[in-house]
Design a protein around this ligand. Structure first.
Ligand code: UDP
Ligand code: MG
Length: 148
């Protein structure tokens, strides 16, 4: 890992959610990340069980949308990826856009692919600490291929 005064090489977890996988948009979405300098250093398709989805989203267990979120995230396969690059956690969140696609900036993944606040095409870790936990949820160390 290299470090400069302002930017740090990081890894973050990205998920292409069942809506976007079902719409055949995996390649188009990865393009948004790659053209902003993030690299895919691990990837796998997974169909989450309800228990998996509840565990992954456990911080939202008390939210009113939790049941529907679990149902949505288990409705079809997802693509889980580790993205690597400069400030990858924040860079990925910027490329994704706001949770609610009606509030997402033009040109973001969610502005272009999400159909609702729930069916919003992608997940991205929201902190470096959560990125580490979420990467570990899907990947073993030997399944990740850092470029740096
Ligand atoms: N979500 C939802 N309704 C809401 C807020 C969130 O269905 O009112 C779903 C949506 O799929 C979102 C996920 O729950 O991506 C996790 O919510 P969070 O607030 O963590 O948003 P994110 O970090 O994905 O932008
Ligand atoms: Mg979140």
């Amino acid at each position: 890992m290299t470090q400069t005064s302002t930017q740090t090489l990081q890894q973050t977890l990205s998920i292409v959610k069942p809506d976007a996988v079902g719409q055949n948009q995996i390649g188009n979405i990865i393009e948004y990340f790659e053209r902003e300098g993030l690299s895919v250093v691990a990837a796998k398709m997974v169909h989450l069980s309800p228990d998996d989805a509840k565990k992954f989203y456990e911080i939202h267990a008390d939210k009113p949308f939790f049941g529907e979120l679990v149902e949505f995230m288990t409705s079809g396969p997802i693509l889980a990826m580790v993205l690597e690059g400069s400030d990858a956690v924040a860079t990925n969140r910027r490329i994704m856009g706001a949770t609610d696609p009606t509030k997402a900036e033009a040109g973001t993944v969610r502005a272009d692919f999400a159909t609702s606040i729930e069916r919003n095409a992608v997940h991205g870790s929201d902190s470096l600490e959560n990125a580490k936990t979420e990467i570990g949820f899907f990947f073993k160390d030997k399944e990740i291929f850092p470029r740096a």
